[in-house]
Structure formats: C-alpha cells, structure tokens
Design a protein around this ligand. Structure first.
Ligand code: UD1
Ligand code: CA
Length: 457
C-alpha cells in the first residue's frame, strides 16, 4: 500500500498569543509538528506532505533537515482548501491519511487501526465520544447507526449540538475518491470555509461506507489551541515517559515531578531519580545511578554507580563510574570526568578533563584544564584561563596537591606530585615533587595596638 500523509499546519494559532507559529511550540522539548512527523515516519511506504501558511518560512527552516514535501496555503480558506493544495501530488491508488500538526500525542496503534479499515468503498474516520463536544464537528448518524455526514458546531442545529460523538479531523481514504470530492467542495456555510468534513456526505452519496474507530484515550486526539491545552498535553506526555521508565525498573520518587525533553538512549538497572529532575537532549545513564532533587542533565553520559547530589546542572558532559557530583555543581560543555572523581559544591568545570580519583570538592572554577589522576584541588582554586582575549590551558599532572585559594594563571603546568601552597598565584610552571608557593611571608607586629575610638568633639 502506498501512503500519502497530509499534515495540516497552516493555521495561525491566534489563541497561543505568540510570535511563533503554533506548530513550533513544544511538548517534551520537541515541536508539536515534529511529534506528528515522527509518528508518520513509523508508517511504511509513506510520503509526508505538510501544509503550511502562517509562519511558513519559520516552520520550514525549523524542520529543514526532514524528508517533507512542503505545500504552501497562502490563504487559510479551510481544511478542505488546505488538502486541495496538495492536489496533484495525491496518487489515485494511494491511501491518503490526514493528520493535524497541532495534535501531537496520537499513537501509532490507533493509526494502524484507522488505516486497516480503508478500502475501495470505505472511508475511515477517527471519532471520539466527549462529555463536552462543544467546538467540534459532530458525527451525524442514521437510525441504523451509519455515519451520514459531519456538521460543524457553527452550522449545527440545537439537536445536532447535543451529539457527543465528535470529529477528530483524522481520517484515511483512497486517493482517487478524495481527489474527486475535493473538486466538489464549496464554502456555503456559516464560516465561509471549504470544509474537509464535507467529503463525508459526498462519500455517502457515492455509496461509500464510513468506518469509524476510537483512539485508546481522549488525550491522543486533543489539539493544542492555547497555553492551557499545551500545558495539559505536556503533563500527559511526561507521565507517559515516566510510566515507561518505571516499567523498565527506574525508581522515580514522584512521576509527576520528572521531565524528559529529549531521548534517553540508555538507562541501567537500579537507577533512582529524586524529584524535579529534567533530562534533556540525548542521555545515557548507567546502572545504580542516583540523581538528586532539582538537577538538570543535558546530553550527558553517566557511568555506573555515579551519585549526583541535588541542585546540579550538567550540560554536555561525561561522568565516569563511581564518581560523586554536587550538591550545587555545574558541569559545562566538554567536561570529561574519569572514574572515581569527586566534584563538590559550588564547583564549575568547563572544557576540562579530570583524571581518575581526582577531587575538586569546594568553590572552584576549572576551565580549559587537563587534570591528571589522584589530584587534589583545594577550596577556592581558580584556573585563570582567559586573559580577556585568548583562552589558555592549565595542566595539572598526576598526584599534584593544589592548596586552597590558589590561582593558576594559564598557560601553566603543575608538575607531577607537586604541592602548591595555599593562597598562591602561580604564573610559571612548577616543578614536580616540590612545594611551590607565592605568598608574601607572614609577619607579626609586636606591641601593635588596636585603634581606640576617639571622643566626639
Ligand atoms: C476541525 C474540523 C472539526 C473537528 C476539529 C477537530 C473542519 C471543517 N472541521 O475544526 O470537524 O472537530 O477540527 O479539532 O475540518 N488548517 C489549515 N488550513 C486551513 C484551516 C485549517 O492548515 O485553511 C489546519 C489548522 O492549522 C489545524 C487544522 O487544520 O491544524 C484544523 O483546523 P482548525 O481551524 O483548528 O479546525 P476546527 O475549526 O477546529
Ligand atoms: Ca482546532
């Protein structure tokens, strides 16, 4: 079966009150349109057409790497008009699937059920029974329960308005018939639009059967029209992600306070995730990893037995096995920590390699540095990597001990097993196995007295 998927995405989305086109708003870090596109790519033998209008250029460039046939609808004259724009590209023998760019959580299984009903004489329609169907097109059936037509809210009479079965807008039908009905649409209705929904009555007139099926849950067919609906579907999506992880054995302290904005490529056994953790981009997490509360992790690889304490921000970093990070640590891009490292509170690491067993436990900035194994970096150590123009590297060789409150002015190398006295400003390479320090000698002033408060005049 050849499939043509038409994703309607030309609408303005006025109620989003936003400069950006509606379908570029995101759920789980992924645009609404991308959700629909990704779902479509799961269907075999499929060509994907996306109808764009408002913000067309923006929509196109944001998804420019994808395999999409873009179709511009310069004036939004209705859903039927939108599908007409694809016109010539619709193959007679193809099955055409209509999806909406602003309905992001549709499931693949639902689409398979929908598509399995299509044949030479059957149009397949996804409908949903709603407690409150206000705003939706209603499914009008005859006394034999056969679908006759769809009536839009604004065209419906009082009796039709009581119908609970609503049109989701999602349907599938053979190309040949669809092309014929598209030429028969008119805009003689309350909104002066070319309604795609009018093809139902045309199909019935041509002796077609209208097969209907339901989604597994209502959330699957909910569209996003405003920020409230966007937030609702974000929660639905996040709960789905959380459930999947828990089914794979991950302990989530609270599935309602956990967010995935990207893809978890791997996650091991006995992983524990505390509240308010955000996983962004592509992450790999090993076995036995503990992630503390309020931590964001983006594009990171985390080894087995790593413990990340609360309030850390980790971005494009690699953390070796058995390491302990935080609380309140920040790993910036290109930070690579070997196994058994400790990065403590109020420490920032940027574009640095930290060797096995090394510790940076308190209040330090390590940037553009190559730190060897078993190095101890004391509290308040700063790599002065930037002279205002260029960045330079600091090399700290294996076994070095950097005393507290040391400034290492790069480019500079601290030799193997060297010790740097606390409070030093190191501007030249320091020899291995020696103590180097650069602080003024301590003096004590005998007979010195504290000032005494003067009498007021
Ligand atoms: C449509 C259906 C209605 C259904 C509802 C489900 C019609 C006439 N009505 O109504 O039966 O219950 O969806 O949500 O089809 N779009 C375009 N070009 C246009 C008009 C719309 O691309 O000229 C796109 C929109 O961007 C959106 C989708 O089509 O993604 C639906 O359009 P919308 O205006 O929301 O349709 P409704 O009036 O809600
Ligand atoms: Ca709508």
């Amino acid at each position: 079966m050849t499939l043509i998927t038409i994703i309607l995405a030309a609408g303005k989305g006025t109620r989003m009150c936003s400069q950006s086109p509606k379908v570029l708003h995101s759920i789980g870090g992924k645009s609404l349109l991308r959700h629909v596109y990704d779902l479509s790519t799961k269907l075999e033998n499929n060509t994907i057409h996306v109808v764009i209008g408002h913000g067309a250029q923006q929509v196109k460039s944001s998804l420019s790497t994808l395999s999409i046939h873009w179709v511009e609808q310069t004036q939004q004259l209705g859903t039927g008009h939108a599908v007409q724009q694809v016109g010539g590209a619709i193959g007679e023998d193809a099955t055409v699937l209509i999806l909406y760019g602003d309905v992001p959580l549709l499931q693949e299984s639902t689409l398979h059920r929908l598509l399995s009903n299509v044949n030479e004489k059957t149009l397949s329609l996804l409908t949903v029974n709603l407690k409150n169907s206000t705003g939706y097109g209603r499914i009008v059936r005859n006394e034999n329960n056969e679908v006759l037509r769809i009536v839009e809210e604004k065209d419906a009479n009082d009796i039709e308005k009581t119908i609970k079965e609503a049109n989701t807008g999602i349907l599938a039908v053979q190309g040949r018939a669809l092309k014929k009905w598209l030429t028969q649409l008119n805009n003689n209705n309350a909104q002066g639009e070319y309604y795609l929904t009018d093809i139902i009555a045309l199909a019935v007139a041509d002796g077609f059967h209208i097969a209907t099926c339901f989604p597994e849950s209502e959330d699957e067919v909910l569209g996003v029209n405003d920020k409230l609906q966007l937030a609702h579907l974000e929660r639905v999506y996040q709960l789905q992600q959380a459930r999947q992880l828990m089914q794979r054995g991950v302990t989530l302290r609270d599935p309602a306070r956990f967010d995935v904005r990207g893809t978890i490529l791997e996650i091991g056994q006995d992983v524990e995730i505390d509240i308010n953790v955000i996983l962004e981009g592509n992450t790999k997490i090993g076995n036995n990893v503990k992630i503390g509360a309020n931590t964001s992790i983006k594009n990171a690889i985390i080894g087995d037995n790593v413990e990340i304490l609360s309030n850390c921000v980790i971005d494009n970093a690699v953390i070796g096995q058995n390491s302990r990070i935080g609380p309140f640590a920040r790993l910036r891009p290109e930070s690579v920590l070997s196994n058994d490292t400790h990065i403590g509170n109020f420490v920032e690491i940027k574009k640095s390699h930290i060797g096995q067993g090394s510790k940076v436990n308190h209040l330090s900035y390590i940037g553009d540095a190559l730190v060897g194994c078993q190095v101890n970096i004391g509290a308040g150590t700063i790599t002065c990597n930037y002279d205002g123009v260029n960045k330079s590297q600091t090399i700290i060789e294996d076994g070095a001990f950097i005393g507290s409150n040391t400034q290492l002015v790069a480019p500079v190398t601290v030799g193997e097993n060297a010790t740097i006295g606390a409070g030093s400003t190191i501007t030249k390479d320091t020899p291995a196995r020696q103590l180097t320090l650069s602080r003024a000698k301590q003096v004590s002033v005998i007979n010195w007295q504290r000032p005494i408060k003067k009498e007021k005049l």
